[in-house]
Structures are given as C-alpha cells and as structure tokens.
Ligand binder design. Structure first.
Ligand code: CA2
Length: 148
C-alpha cells in the first residue's frame, strides 16, 4: 500500500484546545482518526506526525523522501520562516500538498508568504481541518492509486 506522510508543525498539538474561532474545535487526534479512516478507503497507509521542532520536521521529510508516495504538510509558523524545510522538501521528488487550516491570506501580512509553497504541488488554505482530507483525496487522484 502506498504510504503518505502527514506532517504537522509547531503548536498544532493545541488544535481544538485554544483559539477555536480560528482553528475550529477538532483536536489533532480527531484529525488523525479522520485521515486514517479516509486513507483506508483510498487505499493508503498514513504516518501521522507532529513536532514543535524544526529539525524533527526536516528529519521526517528525509526519512520518508524515498519510502513515501507523497507528503501532506502543515508546517504551521515554519511556513513563513523556514528555508531549511523548503530545502528538505525540494530534495524529495514526491508530490507535496501544503495545508493550512485557516485562510492565511485573510490574516496578518506575515502569513501571506510561504517558503514551503515553492516546493508544493498544491496548496489548500481556509477549508478548516477538512483541508487534510482534501489533500489526501487529491494525492489519491495524482497517484492514481484509488477511487477519490
Ligand atoms: O492555518 C494554519 O493551519 C496555520 O498553518 C497554523 C499556524 C499558523 O502559524 C500559520 O500561519 C497558519 C499556527 C498553528 C498553531 O495552532 C494552534 C492551534 C490551536 C491553538 C493554538 C495554536
């Protein structure tokens, strides 16, 4: 079964616990459960990770660079700052879908620029946590592995 790495950046462990007006009420565990269920339907295996440390995100990208079929990444605040994550993603030849729960373009100007978008195949923003499911469905279509 093709494996998808689903990677979440800093503070997303607080999802559903703070700022529900921006990020909704679902926890990261809820998102993981929904993604696992959908991945099963689509014929994927998923590895779901979250880290508050930039180097762990980079290491995960390196680890899955060869073994995964695609990456779904919400780099959180590192989106707007991390050339290192961009470089790691550019070193993989995988399809990469960048997900943002909120519509970053309706927020502060510093959230309007993404380094990660330079490596992304597609970008989803403002669809809430459903963005992760949309990303998985798009990867299924791209990889031709399932019935999206
Ligand atoms: O909209 C998104 O998904 C973001 O990637 C979330 C990041 C933010 O820095 C980006 O600009 C947009 C922040 C993640 C923090 O998540 C929290 C969730 C609940 C409570 C507090 C933080």
């Amino acid at each position: 079964m093709p494996k998808i790495l689903l990677l979440n950046g800093p503070n997303l462990n607080l999802l559903g616990k703070r700022q529900p007006e921006i990020y909704g009420r679902e926890t990261l565990a809820d998102v993981e459960a929904q993604c696992r269920s959908l991945a099963g339907e689509l014929g994927f295996e998923i590895d779901f990770r979250q880290s508050n440390r930039e180097y762990e995100i980079i290491d995960a990208i390196h680890e899955y660079r060869v073994t995964a079929a695609g990456i779904v990444i919400n780099p959180a605040a590192f989106t707007h700052t991390s050339v290192a994550i961009l470089d790691a993603l550019n070193a993989s030849e995988l399809p990469i879908i960048e997900v943002h729960i909120s519509n970053v373009h309706r927020r502060e100007a510093f959230r309007h620029h993404s380094y990660v978008s330079l490596a992304a195949t597609g970008v989803i923003a403002g669809c809430g946590t459903q963005g992760y499911e949309l990303a998985l469905r798009h990867l299924a279509r791209l990889l031709g592995s399932a019935k999206p």
